[in-house]
Design a protein. Structure first.
Length: 381
Protein backbone atom coordinates (compact mmCIF):
# COMPACT_ATOMS: atom_id res chain seq x y z
CA UNK A 1 0.00 0.00 0.00
CA UNK A 2 1.23 3.50 -0.83
CA UNK A 3 0.69 6.73 1.07
CA UNK A 4 1.30 10.42 0.47
CA UNK A 5 1.14 13.10 3.14
CA UNK A 6 1.64 16.86 2.90
CA UNK A 7 -0.03 18.90 5.66
CA UNK A 8 1.67 22.26 5.04
CA UNK A 9 -0.54 25.02 3.62
CA UNK A 10 1.46 26.73 0.84
CA UNK A 11 1.08 30.40 -0.12
CA UNK A 12 2.81 30.92 -3.46
CA UNK A 13 3.50 33.98 -5.60
CA UNK A 14 5.27 37.31 -5.88
CA UNK A 15 4.70 39.57 -2.85
CA UNK A 16 3.12 36.71 -0.89
CA UNK A 17 5.38 37.76 2.00
CA UNK A 18 2.83 40.50 2.64
CA UNK A 19 0.44 37.78 3.86
CA UNK A 20 2.66 37.10 6.88
CA UNK A 21 0.78 39.26 9.45
CA UNK A 22 -2.53 37.67 8.47
CA UNK A 23 -1.04 34.16 8.71
CA UNK A 24 0.75 34.80 12.00
CA UNK A 25 -2.39 36.23 13.58
CA UNK A 26 -4.06 32.84 13.33
CA UNK A 27 -1.59 31.54 15.90
CA UNK A 28 -0.85 34.48 18.19
CA UNK A 29 0.63 37.93 18.58
CA UNK A 30 4.22 37.19 19.58
CA UNK A 31 6.59 35.47 17.16
CA UNK A 32 10.05 33.98 17.44
CA UNK A 33 11.92 34.82 14.23
CA UNK A 34 14.76 32.43 13.33
CA UNK A 35 17.43 33.57 10.83
CA UNK A 36 21.12 33.68 10.06
CA UNK A 37 23.03 36.94 10.67
CA UNK A 38 23.83 37.23 6.93
CA UNK A 39 24.26 40.83 5.83
CA UNK A 40 22.64 40.44 2.34
CA UNK A 41 19.39 39.29 4.00
CA UNK A 42 19.13 42.19 6.44
CA UNK A 43 16.71 44.18 4.21
CA UNK A 44 14.35 41.18 4.18
CA UNK A 45 14.59 40.81 7.96
CA UNK A 46 13.79 44.51 8.35
CA UNK A 47 10.82 44.23 6.00
CA UNK A 48 9.43 41.28 7.96
CA UNK A 49 9.78 43.04 11.30
CA UNK A 50 8.19 46.21 9.89
CA UNK A 51 5.25 44.19 8.54
CA UNK A 52 4.73 42.63 11.95
CA UNK A 53 5.07 45.92 13.84
CA UNK A 54 2.51 47.60 11.60
CA UNK A 55 0.05 44.88 12.62
CA UNK A 56 0.81 45.02 16.37
CA UNK A 57 2.67 41.70 16.35
CA UNK A 58 5.76 41.59 18.55
CA UNK A 59 8.92 39.82 17.46
CA UNK A 60 11.87 38.21 19.23
CA UNK A 61 14.68 37.77 16.69
CA UNK A 62 17.15 34.89 17.04
CA UNK A 63 19.77 35.53 14.35
CA UNK A 64 22.56 33.16 15.36
CA UNK A 65 21.90 30.32 12.88
CA UNK A 66 25.01 28.92 11.19
CA UNK A 67 25.34 26.74 8.08
CA UNK A 68 25.02 23.05 8.98
CA UNK A 69 23.31 24.07 12.26
CA UNK A 70 25.00 22.76 15.37
CA UNK A 71 23.36 21.36 18.47
CA UNK A 72 25.12 24.03 20.57
CA UNK A 73 23.71 26.88 18.48
CA UNK A 74 20.22 25.40 18.61
CA UNK A 75 20.47 25.15 22.39
CA UNK A 76 21.18 28.91 22.51
CA UNK A 77 17.97 29.50 20.57
CA UNK A 78 16.12 27.03 22.82
CA UNK A 79 17.08 29.03 25.94
CA UNK A 80 16.03 32.34 24.41
CA UNK A 81 12.72 30.93 23.13
CA UNK A 82 11.74 29.37 26.44
CA UNK A 83 12.53 32.63 28.18
CA UNK A 84 10.58 34.72 25.64
CA UNK A 85 7.36 32.64 25.78
CA UNK A 86 6.30 33.17 22.15
CA UNK A 87 3.16 31.95 20.34
CA UNK A 88 4.56 30.90 16.97
CA UNK A 89 7.93 30.39 15.27
CA UNK A 90 8.76 31.90 11.87
CA UNK A 91 11.79 30.48 10.03
CA UNK A 92 13.11 32.92 7.43
CA UNK A 93 16.06 31.70 5.38
CA UNK A 94 17.52 28.55 3.91
CA UNK A 95 17.52 25.01 5.16
CA UNK A 96 19.72 25.79 8.16
CA UNK A 97 17.29 28.36 9.57
CA UNK A 98 14.28 26.14 8.85
CA UNK A 99 15.84 23.01 10.36
CA UNK A 100 16.85 24.98 13.45
CA UNK A 101 13.29 26.27 13.82
CA UNK A 102 11.88 22.75 13.50
CA UNK A 103 13.88 21.53 16.50
CA UNK A 104 12.92 24.64 18.49
CA UNK A 105 9.25 24.10 17.65
CA UNK A 106 9.39 20.40 18.53
CA UNK A 107 11.12 20.92 21.90
CA UNK A 108 9.56 24.18 23.13
CA UNK A 109 8.72 24.10 26.84
CA UNK A 110 10.93 21.11 27.63
CA UNK A 111 13.58 21.41 30.34
CA UNK A 112 16.30 20.63 27.78
CA UNK A 113 16.78 19.20 24.31
CA UNK A 114 17.08 15.43 24.61
CA UNK A 115 19.40 14.96 21.63
CA UNK A 116 20.13 11.27 22.15
CA UNK A 117 16.42 10.53 22.49
CA UNK A 118 15.51 12.53 19.37
CA UNK A 119 18.17 10.97 17.16
CA UNK A 120 17.52 7.43 18.42
CA UNK A 121 13.72 7.42 18.49
CA UNK A 122 12.85 9.66 15.51
CA UNK A 123 15.21 8.28 12.87
CA UNK A 124 12.86 7.25 10.05
CA UNK A 125 10.89 9.37 7.58
CA UNK A 126 8.38 6.55 7.15
CA UNK A 127 7.04 6.21 10.71
CA UNK A 128 3.99 8.12 11.96
CA UNK A 129 5.48 8.89 15.34
CA UNK A 130 3.08 9.94 18.12
CA UNK A 131 3.16 13.51 19.40
CA UNK A 132 6.39 14.12 21.28
CA UNK A 133 5.51 17.40 22.98
CA UNK A 134 2.04 18.82 23.65
CA UNK A 135 3.59 22.26 24.28
CA UNK A 136 5.24 22.54 20.86
CA UNK A 137 4.75 25.74 18.87
CA UNK A 138 3.32 26.10 15.36
CA UNK A 139 5.92 26.74 12.67
CA UNK A 140 5.71 28.99 9.60
CA UNK A 141 8.47 28.67 7.00
CA UNK A 142 9.64 31.33 4.53
CA UNK A 143 12.52 30.07 2.35
CA UNK A 144 15.04 32.49 0.86
CA UNK A 145 16.69 29.78 -1.25
CA UNK A 146 15.28 27.37 -3.82
CA UNK A 147 16.78 24.01 -3.06
CA UNK A 148 16.56 22.51 0.40
CA UNK A 149 12.83 21.71 0.33
CA UNK A 150 12.89 21.87 4.12
CA UNK A 151 9.87 24.18 4.14
CA UNK A 152 7.66 21.18 3.31
CA UNK A 153 9.45 18.24 4.94
CA UNK A 154 9.40 16.56 8.36
CA UNK A 155 13.21 16.35 8.60
CA UNK A 156 15.67 18.51 10.55
CA UNK A 157 19.41 17.99 9.98
CA UNK A 158 21.68 18.85 12.91
CA UNK A 159 25.49 18.79 13.21
CA UNK A 160 26.77 17.19 16.38
CA UNK A 161 30.54 17.03 16.48
CA UNK A 162 31.63 15.57 13.12
CA UNK A 163 28.26 13.87 12.58
CA UNK A 164 25.30 15.25 10.66
CA UNK A 165 22.19 13.59 12.07
CA UNK A 166 18.53 13.86 11.14
CA UNK A 167 15.41 14.06 13.28
CA UNK A 168 12.25 12.93 11.46
CA UNK A 169 8.89 13.69 13.01
CA UNK A 170 5.49 14.51 11.47
CA UNK A 171 5.19 17.38 13.95
CA UNK A 172 8.18 19.01 12.20
CA UNK A 173 6.02 19.81 9.18
CA UNK A 174 5.34 23.53 9.05
CA UNK A 175 1.74 24.64 9.53
CA UNK A 176 2.08 27.12 6.68
CA UNK A 177 4.71 28.16 4.17
CA UNK A 178 5.21 31.34 2.18
CA UNK A 179 6.95 30.95 -1.20
CA UNK A 180 7.77 34.41 -2.51
CA UNK A 181 10.21 34.20 -5.47
CA UNK A 182 11.10 37.84 -4.84
CA UNK A 183 12.95 36.74 -1.68
CA UNK A 184 15.53 34.71 -3.60
CA UNK A 185 16.42 37.26 -6.28
CA UNK A 186 19.55 38.45 -4.43
CA UNK A 187 20.92 34.93 -3.86
CA UNK A 188 24.42 34.85 -5.41
CA UNK A 189 25.36 32.62 -8.33
CA UNK A 190 27.19 29.84 -6.50
CA UNK A 191 24.50 29.47 -3.84
CA UNK A 192 21.71 29.63 -6.42
CA UNK A 193 23.30 26.80 -8.37
CA UNK A 194 24.21 24.69 -5.31
CA UNK A 195 20.73 24.91 -3.79
CA UNK A 196 19.14 24.35 -7.19
CA UNK A 197 21.21 21.22 -7.64
CA UNK A 198 20.13 20.08 -4.16
CA UNK A 199 16.52 20.29 -5.38
CA UNK A 200 17.50 18.28 -8.47
CA UNK A 201 18.87 15.49 -6.29
CA UNK A 202 15.76 15.47 -4.10
CA UNK A 203 13.58 14.94 -7.14
CA UNK A 204 15.95 12.38 -8.68
CA UNK A 205 16.61 10.30 -5.57
CA UNK A 206 12.98 10.26 -4.42
CA UNK A 207 12.07 8.88 -7.85
CA UNK A 208 14.40 5.95 -7.18
CA UNK A 209 13.52 5.21 -3.58
CA UNK A 210 11.50 2.04 -3.02
CA UNK A 211 9.01 4.05 -0.93
CA UNK A 212 7.97 6.15 -3.93
CA UNK A 213 4.32 6.37 -4.93
CA UNK A 214 2.52 7.49 -8.05
CA UNK A 215 1.89 10.83 -6.31
CA UNK A 216 5.48 11.40 -5.23
CA UNK A 217 6.69 10.53 -8.72
CA UNK A 218 4.40 13.19 -10.19
CA UNK A 219 6.22 15.67 -7.95
CA UNK A 220 9.65 14.25 -8.85
CA UNK A 221 9.06 14.32 -12.60
CA UNK A 222 7.62 17.84 -12.67
CA UNK A 223 10.43 19.14 -10.46
CA UNK A 224 13.11 17.58 -12.67
CA UNK A 225 11.59 19.05 -15.82
CA UNK A 226 11.43 22.52 -14.29
CA UNK A 227 14.99 22.36 -12.96
CA UNK A 228 16.72 21.19 -16.15
CA UNK A 229 14.85 23.84 -18.12
CA UNK A 230 15.22 26.81 -15.80
CA UNK A 231 18.37 26.38 -13.66
CA UNK A 232 20.84 26.74 -16.58
CA UNK A 233 18.90 29.81 -17.75
CA UNK A 234 18.98 31.23 -14.23
CA UNK A 235 22.75 30.67 -14.25
CA UNK A 236 22.95 33.01 -17.25
CA UNK A 237 20.56 35.62 -15.81
CA UNK A 238 20.14 35.67 -12.03
CA UNK A 239 17.74 38.63 -12.22
CA UNK A 240 15.06 36.78 -14.22
CA UNK A 241 12.12 36.34 -11.86
CA UNK A 242 10.39 33.79 -14.12
CA UNK A 243 13.31 31.42 -13.64
CA UNK A 244 13.36 32.21 -9.91
CA UNK A 245 9.64 31.46 -9.74
CA UNK A 246 10.09 28.15 -11.57
CA UNK A 247 12.92 27.11 -9.24
CA UNK A 248 10.87 28.03 -6.18
CA UNK A 249 8.08 25.78 -7.44
CA UNK A 250 10.51 22.98 -8.35
CA UNK A 251 12.17 23.14 -4.93
CA UNK A 252 8.85 22.66 -3.17
CA UNK A 253 7.71 19.86 -5.48
CA UNK A 254 11.00 18.07 -4.89
CA UNK A 255 10.71 18.64 -1.14
CA UNK A 256 7.24 17.06 -1.10
CA UNK A 257 8.56 14.06 -3.03
CA UNK A 258 11.49 13.72 -0.63
CA UNK A 259 9.23 13.92 2.44
CA UNK A 260 7.16 11.02 1.13
CA UNK A 261 9.69 8.80 -0.63
CA UNK A 262 13.05 9.51 0.97
CA UNK A 263 16.46 9.81 -0.69
CA UNK A 264 19.08 7.42 -2.05
CA UNK A 265 22.86 6.96 -1.69
CA UNK A 266 24.04 10.53 -2.54
CA UNK A 267 22.30 12.09 0.45
CA UNK A 268 23.81 10.03 3.27
CA UNK A 269 27.21 10.26 1.57
CA UNK A 270 26.88 14.04 1.36
CA UNK A 271 25.94 14.21 5.06
CA UNK A 272 29.12 12.31 5.96
CA UNK A 273 31.17 14.64 3.75
CA UNK A 274 29.51 17.76 5.17
CA UNK A 275 29.95 16.64 8.76
CA UNK A 276 33.70 16.16 8.32
CA UNK A 277 34.58 18.94 5.87
CA UNK A 278 31.74 21.45 6.48
CA UNK A 279 31.24 21.64 2.72
CA UNK A 280 27.87 23.09 1.71
CA UNK A 281 25.25 20.40 1.13
CA UNK A 282 24.65 21.07 -2.57
CA UNK A 283 28.37 20.96 -3.35
CA UNK A 284 28.85 17.71 -1.44
CA UNK A 285 26.00 16.20 -3.44
CA UNK A 286 27.51 17.42 -6.70
CA UNK A 287 30.81 15.71 -5.90
CA UNK A 288 29.23 12.26 -5.53
CA UNK A 289 26.35 12.41 -7.98
CA UNK A 290 27.87 11.36 -11.31
CA UNK A 291 30.01 8.70 -9.56
CA UNK A 292 26.77 7.40 -8.03
CA UNK A 293 25.23 7.10 -11.51
CA UNK A 294 28.29 5.29 -12.83
CA UNK A 295 28.57 2.82 -9.95
CA UNK A 296 24.85 2.06 -9.50
CA UNK A 297 23.87 1.87 -13.18
CA UNK A 298 23.10 -1.84 -13.28
CA UNK A 299 21.17 -1.82 -10.01
CA UNK A 300 18.88 0.98 -11.23
CA UNK A 301 18.88 0.17 -14.95
CA UNK A 302 15.11 0.52 -15.53
CA UNK A 303 14.71 3.69 -13.47
CA UNK A 304 17.85 5.24 -14.96
CA UNK A 305 16.46 4.60 -18.44
CA UNK A 306 13.20 6.35 -17.49
CA UNK A 307 15.04 9.26 -15.88
CA UNK A 308 17.27 9.76 -18.91
CA UNK A 309 14.20 10.15 -21.13
CA UNK A 310 12.65 12.57 -18.62
CA UNK A 311 15.79 14.72 -18.50
CA UNK A 312 16.38 14.62 -22.26
CA UNK A 313 13.08 14.53 -24.18
CA UNK A 314 15.05 14.43 -27.45
CA UNK A 315 16.45 11.02 -26.59
CA UNK A 316 15.17 8.40 -29.01
CA UNK A 317 12.31 6.42 -27.50
CA UNK A 318 14.07 3.10 -28.15
CA UNK A 319 17.45 4.28 -26.82
CA UNK A 320 18.81 2.69 -23.64
CA UNK A 321 18.82 5.78 -21.46
CA UNK A 322 20.58 4.02 -18.61
CA UNK A 323 23.79 4.05 -20.65
CA UNK A 324 23.49 7.77 -21.40
CA UNK A 325 22.20 9.11 -18.08
CA UNK A 326 25.60 9.88 -16.55
CA UNK A 327 26.60 11.97 -19.57
CA UNK A 328 23.23 13.77 -19.63
CA UNK A 329 23.59 14.71 -15.96
CA UNK A 330 27.28 15.60 -16.41
CA UNK A 331 26.38 18.07 -19.17
CA UNK A 332 23.60 19.57 -17.05
CA UNK A 333 25.99 20.02 -14.12
CA UNK A 334 28.58 21.66 -16.38
CA UNK A 335 25.94 24.15 -17.56
CA UNK A 336 25.45 25.32 -13.96
CA UNK A 337 29.14 25.07 -12.97
CA UNK A 338 28.54 22.23 -10.52
CA UNK A 339 30.84 19.70 -12.22
CA UNK A 340 33.14 19.42 -9.20
CA UNK A 341 35.04 16.74 -7.27
CA UNK A 342 36.04 16.30 -3.64
CA UNK A 343 39.65 17.12 -4.50
CA UNK A 344 38.72 20.23 -6.52
CA UNK A 345 36.76 21.39 -3.46
CA UNK A 346 39.88 21.14 -1.31
CA UNK A 347 39.11 17.95 0.61
CA UNK A 348 42.39 16.70 2.07
CA UNK A 349 43.54 13.08 1.95
CA UNK A 350 43.22 12.98 5.72
CA UNK A 351 39.58 14.09 5.62
CA UNK A 352 38.87 11.75 2.71
CA UNK A 353 40.16 8.83 4.76
CA UNK A 354 37.87 9.87 7.62
CA UNK A 355 34.93 9.97 5.22
CA UNK A 356 35.72 6.45 3.99
CA UNK A 357 36.02 5.20 7.58
CA UNK A 358 32.55 6.36 8.58
CA UNK A 359 30.63 3.47 10.18
CA UNK A 360 27.47 4.71 8.42
CA UNK A 361 28.81 3.25 5.16
CA UNK A 362 28.26 -0.25 6.54
CA UNK A 363 24.58 0.31 7.30
CA UNK A 364 23.00 2.08 4.32
CA UNK A 365 19.94 0.34 2.84
CA UNK A 366 20.67 1.73 -0.64
CA UNK A 367 24.14 0.36 -1.33
CA UNK A 368 26.80 -2.01 -0.06
CA UNK A 369 29.92 -0.79 1.71
CA UNK A 370 31.94 -1.64 -1.42
CA UNK A 371 29.60 0.36 -3.64
CA UNK A 372 29.84 3.37 -1.31
CA UNK A 373 33.65 3.23 -1.40
CA UNK A 374 33.60 2.97 -5.19
CA UNK A 375 31.43 6.10 -5.40
CA UNK A 376 33.64 8.01 -2.98
CA UNK A 377 36.86 7.05 -4.77
CA UNK A 378 35.43 8.24 -8.08
CA UNK A 379 34.25 11.44 -6.37
CA UNK A 380 37.76 12.15 -5.09
CA UNK A 381 39.59 11.42 -8.33
Amino acid sequence: MQKYYQPTKIHFGLESLNLLPEIVSRYGKKIFLVTTPDEPLQPIYTKVKDLLKENDISCIHFDKVVPNPTSEMIEDGFSLLNEAQCDVIVALGGGSSIDTAKILSLTYGKDNIEWDYLFTNFDSPYVDYPTYNTQMLPLITIPTTSGTGSQVTQAAVVSRGKDKLTVYHPDCFAKECILDPDLVKTLPLRMSMATGFDAFTHAFESYLNVHHSVYSRFDSINALKLIVEHLPKLHDDLSDLEHRKAMSLADTLAGKALANSGADVPHPLSEIIGGITHMTHGCALACVFVPFLEVMGEKHKKDFDELAHILDPNLEETADGSKQLAQIVRQFMASIEMDITLSSMGVTKEDFDLICQSPVLHHLPFATYEECLAILNKAYA
